[in-house]
Design a protein around this ligand. Structure first.
Ligand SMILES: [Fe+2]
Length: 202
């Protein structure tokens, strides 16, 4: 049975079933298409990103593990990132909050702009403070705990090689920890970032 949306194509009049998305193009047309033109540099304003982040921080519904803003260059269209290969997010964790153990096959690099706490990577608990940087290799379990006795929020700058992986459909998350929670991050198969989160919840 053909998948929904499939239709008969009659290019060769052979009755084969398929979608109307197959093209044979010349080299000239190919090189016009493959050049990724019109990508402009851009600057994201620090006051704007911290302002939005602080608004998210006031919302008690938001969970600490996904309280971040992302820096996107719209010139890359659906490759949502600062570049096709690089995601940058600014994440806020209130004192005492825990970002539960999880993993993904994108590498994550954390640079701490402020705050104190601990980032645990594969069971190794690293204390962090302003100015530190920690890397979490691909498919390594990690969690973040903001120090409950430190009165300053943790704000960290997060870089991941995620957008290109998403575009290539090779991005996987396990969140929260548990093999039953491994998800292929493809639109249509994974509605939410967390396997235990109601995808329709705000
Ligand atoms: Fe993570």
């Amino acid at each position: 049975m053909a998948p929904e949306g499939a239709q008969q194509v009659d290019g060769n009049d052979d009755g084969e079933v398929g979608f109307d998305n197959a093209r044979v193009i010349t080299a000239d047309e190919y090189f016009q298409r493959v050049r990724h033109g019109a990508v402009r540099g851009c600057k994201w304003d620090g006051d704007e990103m911290l302002g939005l982040l602080n608004e998210l921080g006031k919302d008690p519904i938001r969970h600490a593990e996904r309280r971040f803003v992302a820096l996107v260059n719209e010139d890359h269209s659906d490759l949502a990132g600062a570049s096709p290969g690089i995601f940058i997010g600014i994440q806020l964790i209130h004192p005492g909050e825990l970002v539960p153990n999880h993993r993904h096959n994108s590498v994550a690099i954390y640079h701490y702009l402020q705050g104190k706490g601990w980032t645990t990577v594969e069971g190794v608990k690293y204390p962090y403070k302003k100015g530190d940087t920690i890397v979490c290799p691909a498919w390594s379990y990690h969690e973040h705990q903001a120090d409950p006795d430190h009165d300053e929020d943790t704000i960290m700058y997060v870089a991941q090689d995620m957008p290109e992986m998403a575009a290539k459909r090779t991005l996987f998350f396990e969140e929260p920890m548990g093999l039953e929670n491994v998800r292929h991050m493809v639109q249509g198969t994974s509605k939410s970032w967390s396997a235990t989160r109601d995808p329709d919840a705000e």
